[in-house]
Every structure is written in structure tokens, then in C-alpha cells.
Design a protein around this ligand. Sequence first.
Ligand code: 5HY
Length: 243
Amino acid sequence: MKIQIVNPNTSAPMTAKIAAAARTAAAPGIEIEASCPEHGPVSIEGHFDEAMAVPGLLEEIERGVATGCDAHVIACFGDPGLHAARELAHGPVLGIAEAAMHAASMIATRFSVVTTLERTVVIAERLVREYGMSDHCARIRAAEVPVLALEETGSHAERRIVEECRRARDEDRAGAIVLGCAGMADLAGRIGDELGVPVIDGVNVAVRFAGALAGAGLGTSKHGDLALPLPKAFIGRYAGWSA
Ligand code: 5HY
């Protein structure tokens, strides 16, 4: 089985970190194909970044479908382009936010999310509602850490995230904590050990859930709104999408 994982931003160090976390999570015999778009923002920290990242993400998903990937993971906590990617793919497509929130709801009555910047909290709040997690999600907190600070050795990013997770544990009555950025994939184990509560990395659980769904013979339904896109002409820079 081959699982594609796409980092929708264009940061090569973050893509490498996500690939490593995905390979650690993958069951024996599962091959991971990791990539990021050639075009787009180096980090995604708002609605504009998300919108600008989606065309490149969809080009990567289309490439993964063409190379025979059995399932696909979108490794960005806003789950950008998730439904559009599901239209393109036959295999399951999972976003790390959706996967992490569902995992948290299965191991704790209430969970909190610790994300990067305050301005992205509204995006996570929308996903909590969309995924039916409002009764499970105690709070969405921002550590006020820019995404790319997670790639800088010696930055205070990790310490700020640990402290925000500690506040979530102590103030939100959260039985589990969801990390709100793919760039935090390498922190879950350390923070969980330090705080004594389950800390969930979406890359880890999304890869495992994707393998489980594909292993169960389940793919994205092609009946209804997630059917393949209707063939039509695209003009200008997207002419390559013309059917
Ligand atoms: C992510 N941005 O997972 C999100 C995190 C965020 O570039 N990768 C990004 O702040 O929404």
C-alpha cells in the first residue's frame, strides 16, 4: 500500500519533518510518498495563505492519484482543499485536523487544541463545528508561535507550546491535547511525557487512519458531491486542468 502525504506549504524542512513522522506512523509494508507544491506560501497562517496553497496542493494530489497512491493525507491543520482533493481521489483523503479531533474524541471526553497564531484560531473553530466536535472541544488556544519558528533551532517555539499545553491541561479540564500544526509533529511524544496527558499529532493519526480505511477497502465515494470534477475548459495558468 502507498500513502501520499502532502504538506500544502512550500517549506522543504517542514516537509522533511512531516515525511519522517509519517514514516514512523506507517504500518509495516506501507510506503509513504511525501511532497509539497512547487508553487505557494512557505507557511499557512490565515485564509489568504490557505487559498493560495490549494491549487498547488491539488496538483500534488492529482500526481499522487496518477502514481497509484492508495490514500492521501493533507498535512496542514486547516485541512485546506480537503473536499476538492476528495473529488480528485478514489482512495481516502484525510486532513490532519479532522483525524486528530476524531482521535481525541475517542480517548477523552474533552480535548483542547494548541495551535500557532491567534489569527488562525477562527479557522480551527470552523473545523470543530464542521466535524461535529463542538461538544468535545473545550478550547482552541494559540501559542503565538509563527509556523516557521518551529523550524528554527533555539527558538522559544517549543517552550511556548509546552506552556500553552500545560495551561490547557490545568485550565480547560482537557483530557487530551491536539497539536494544531503539522510542524509540531515531532513534539507530541515529548510534551505528552512531560504533562502526563495524551498529546495528539495529526500526521501520526491521519496516516494510521488512512491506512486503516484503505486496508478495509474503503475509498472516497464517487457518488454525489465527491464524484470526479466535471470535465470543462480551464483558461490561463490553469489550462492544464482542462479535461
Ligand atoms: C500547518 N500552517 O499545519 C498550519 C498551522 C496553522 O503551514 N502548516 C502550516 O497555523 O494553521
